[in-house]
Design a protein around this ligand. Structure first.
Ligand SMILES: CC(C)(COP(=O)(O)OP(=O)(O)OC[C@H]1O[C@@H](n2cnc3c(N)ncnc32)[C@H](O)[C@@H]1OP(=O)(O)O)[C@@H](O)C(=O)NCCC(=O)NCCS
Length: 176
């Protein structure tokens, strides 16, 4: 498979992003949403991330958006402002070709360039070996599991918390 072009997302990419995420909502346990957000809601979320100075990337192959990744606030209270939570989603047909890894590595670099200091992955479902695997490959440490905090498709689901320092992490103070 040729290398995808990984670039910053624009509003024109959001129909494809909405479609990729809808499939993950309807068929997967990585996200705990139950009803796929429509294009208007995905656009509202995109604009909120842009306004907050967070990176939002897409992977494009032969003219089609095949995956995306973004970082956003981990929690809204202001002392969390140097910590981000990440998301990465690919079309199922292109899993396991190294594209999730490329998106996440680029997302980490973008967050480091913006001065963020910690990245947290809240992974839906302990059985999500793809997500746990790609985060491990990117240097995330396993923090722990919240057992049985979700309920989807008729079963209880865990969340797996993983975390990685960005840039100088906690070894220096952040720029105000
Ligand atoms: C999670 C996801 C983004 C990973 O992307 P991907 O392109 O399939 O993963 P990659 O091919 O880049 O894998 C990189 C490494 O992660 C690990 N990995 C990936 N998939 C794995 C799996 N199913 N089982 C075990 N390890 C896996 C491997 O170490 C792999 O490296 P290798 O292929 O050299 O062994 C993708 O599977 C996906 O979109 N899943 C559905 C949505 C999702 O779970 N998103 C994460 C939300 S937190």
């Amino acid at each position: 498979m040729p290398d995808p072009d990984i670039r910053h997302a624009t509003e024109a990419d959001l129909p494809a992003v909405t479609e990729i995420y809808a499939q993950a909502v309807l068929q997967g346990t990585a996200t705990f949403e139950l009803i796929p957000p429509d294009l208007a809601e995905m656009t509202r979320r995109f604009k909120a991330l842009m306004d907050g100075g967070y990176p939002y990337l897409v992977a494009e192959l032969e003219g089609s958006v095949i995956g995306y990744a973004y970082a956003g606030p981990y929690r809204p209270r202001p002392a969390y402002r140097f910590t981000v939570e990440n998301s990465v989603y690919l079309k199922p047909a292109i899993h396991r070709h190294g594209i999730g890894l490329q998106l996440l590595q680029r997302l980490i670099a973008e967050c480091e360039a913006r001065g963020f200091r910690q990245m947290i992955a809240v992974i839906g479902d302990s059985a999500n070996l793809g997500s746990i695997g790609v985060h491990t490959r990117c240097g995330f440490a396993m923090i722990g599991t919240h057992p049985n905090v979700g309920f989807k498709f008729g079963r209880w689901l865990d969340t797996v918390m993983m975390q990685r320092a960005l840039g100088e992490g906690a070894t220096t103070l952040p720029n105000p």
